[in-house]
Design a protein around this ligand. Sequence first.
Ligand code: NAD
Ligand code: UD1
Length: 344
Amino acid sequence: MRVLVTGGAGYIGSHTVLALLANDIDVLVLDNFSNSYPQVLKRLEHLSEKKVPYVEGDILDVPFLEKVFAEHEIDAVIHFAGFKAVGESVEKPLKYYNNNITGTINLLEVMAKANVKNIVFSSSATVYGMTNPVPFKEEMPTSATNPYGYTKVVIERMINDVAASDPEWTVTNLRYFNPIGADKSGDIGELPSGIPNNLMPYITQVAIKKRDHLSVFGDDYDTPDGTGVRDYIHVVDLANGHVQALEKNMAEKGSKTYNLGTGKGVSVLDLVHTFEAVNGVKIPYEIVDRRPGDIATCYADVTKAKEELGWEAELSLEDMVRDSWNWQQKNPNGYEDSSDGSSN
Ligand code: NAD
Ligand code: UD1
């Protein structure tokens, strides 16, 4: 079986490529490297000891997509390609609606023409919006508070509508909670551009002294220590969830939606203190105002993924903070340091 992995050079995509190869599933990576680097592919080859074929191009480019499907035998698609910065999506909504939604429409149309009617899509816990009670369950109503979130709500809907219109389609929406961590090797990981928006990359940049302290966004939430609570999941567990979801997707037609989280809530200060204790590095922080749009608490009900996919997260918070720090230390300048990670 060969899977087209759109966005396969990115943070979650690269870890998923490694998991697919470890399970003897062939891949074809498609990426335009708008938020990643071709060196990632060399590192994946080094880590997997396999060839990682790829095509460089854009899902907005329909002739390019048609050529990819005409020239390669593809059985299914895992679709990561998209923009993900919430703040930027508020400033440049059309950039997000175009890349994420138009890109997905193009992909679905070209897939249908090529008769490849099998897709796993990267959705997000952001679709649970501001008002659902925790733990979040798949059947709860979806909504969003920013253009990025709306792209996920709309794409899920679009994919489900496509499956409803044609029984040959089989589709899975995976709602990720908060992926952090990196492959144990420290050779692939998350590479935010500019100032990180997300908590874990901010912490590692404080730890390596790129930034002098962390701003904790609010300590007056209705949570045990007043700081925001999230469901952090190791990216390697998340990647393995894709392999299980793909296997289920190949076996059973229709649409499915699963939460991929641990089911456990961890506060900002829990994460900071675990990072300090495991890695022996101090993280200076300051409490500042809440970040607009943040909710107090977000964690998954993971029953459905466990029962239907036979998947559950295995790695601990300690693994997550250790592996995030290992990646940051080995790659202070991201992928610029070496081509395949082997000399790092
Ligand atoms: P990422 O930016 O590291 O990876 C996305 C990849 O897609 C990048 O390599 C980028 O170059 C590529 N890409 C973007 N637009 C493209 C286009 N038009 N054509 C071809 N390639 C394109 O992001 P990630 O963290 O790996 O996230 C992957 C997916 O998971 C995204 O859809 C994201 O919205 C979703 N997601 C991420 C998180 C998270 O916290 N990282 C949480 C929930 C959902
Ligand atoms: C954010 C996005 C969400 C996206 C998710 C994964 C927003 C409003 N939400 O979620 O749509 O799906 O990333 O990409 O951007 N925090 C600090 N200081 C920081 C950074 C974060 O205190 O410098 C706190 C936040 O207030 C939150 C927690 O840390 O309580 C986690 O934040 P973050 O990593 O940005 O993830 P989410 O807010 O869950």
